[in-house]
Write a protein of this length. Structure first.
Length: 293
């Protein structure tokens, strides 16, 4: 008789309350929300490419919840985010976030954007200046196509679309997550949940998001935002080179909070990521409090 061996349980971490909001003229938006009355400005957490709010922020939720209220959004086409017949654009994602902030009445916010969430944060501040009072930008850049290497990398998106629709994406994704979990007790119990959560996104929207990122360039407007800002700089990042991150910090005249990690530091260096994220948020909020009305 064959002995039954149970598969790894898909156990989620402790997550903030989930909400779905029907946003006028946009659709149903999924978000996590934590309220801490009297805690200053609400944080708007904006995740990176191919991720979801939970995949991006679950290792930092608890640290941020100790001091702040926050809303963490799933972008269109990602996670449980709204689905649209229109191609993904960063501008539309920023407008989605703006519509949710207005409908919930939580603005002006401090936008905290990781990787793709950085461009969405910058566009949110540019297009809806009344809704943003500060920026924390992490492992991100002003532009994604200035060098030949950048442009050659993005040309691989056609092949990536074929890959993400194949069974190999799931197999290799599992292996990658398990490698990242090795020696990281903060995420090891949740490997099964991470793998399941990563499959929620729509492959076509995610590829469109990659195309949008490849053309993004905030250099014409970033320096003119004049908002209290901070940059979390991942010094070993192979996806967004540290030099690009430093250029963003210089343009915003923002302090750089360094983390000795790669682009997936939010899993591989979970505690450090949570601690440095909160330090960067604290820095921006302290400057907001010191600004004369």
């Amino acid at each position: 008789m064959t002995r039954y061996v149970p598969k790894r349980l898909v156990v989620p971490p402790d997550l903030p309350a989930a909400h779905v909001e029907a946003v006028a003229d946009r659709g149903e938006m999924f978000y996590r929300r934590h309220d801490r009355p009297g805690a200053g400005p609400t944080l708007l957490l904006l995740h990176g490419w191919t991720a979801s709010a939970d995949l991006q922020w679950f290792t930092a939720y608890a640290a941020l919840a100790e001091r702040y209220s926050f809303v963490a959004v799933d972008h269109r086409g990602h996670g449980r985010g709204l689905r649209s017949d229109e191609p993904f654009t960063l501008e539309a994602a920023a407008d989605d976030a703006a519509a949710l902030v207005r409908q919930l009445g939580i603005g002006p916010v401090v936008a905290v954007g990781y990787s793709m969430g950085g461009p969405i944060s910058l566009l949110l501040a540019q297009r809806h200046p009344d809704l943003v009072q500060g920026l924390v930008l992490e492992a991100t850049a002003q532009e994604w196509h200035a060098t030949l290497a950048d442009r050659l990398t993005w040309r691989g998106l056609v092949l990536m679309e074929i890959f993400v629709r194949s069974r190999w994406a799931r197999i290799l994704g599992r292996r990658a997550v398990r490698r990242l979990a090795e020696g990281s007790p903060a995420i090891e119990p949740y490997v099964g949940w991470i793998q399941a959560e990563a499959r929620r996104g729509d492959p076509a929207d995610i590829i469109d998001a990659g195309h949008a990122l490849s053309a993004f360039d905030a250099r014409p407007f970033a320096a003119g935002l004049h908002l209290p800002s901070a940059v979390l700089l991942t010094t070993r990042d192979r996806a967004v080179r540290p030099a690009k991150q430093r250029a963003l910090a210089a343009a915003l005249e923002a302090p750089a909070f360094e983390l000795a990690g790669d682009h997936f530091c939010f899993w591989a260096n979970a505690k450090e990521f949570a601690d440095v994220t909160r330090q960067a948020v604290d820095d921006v909020v302290s400057r907001l409090a010191a600004t004369p009305v």
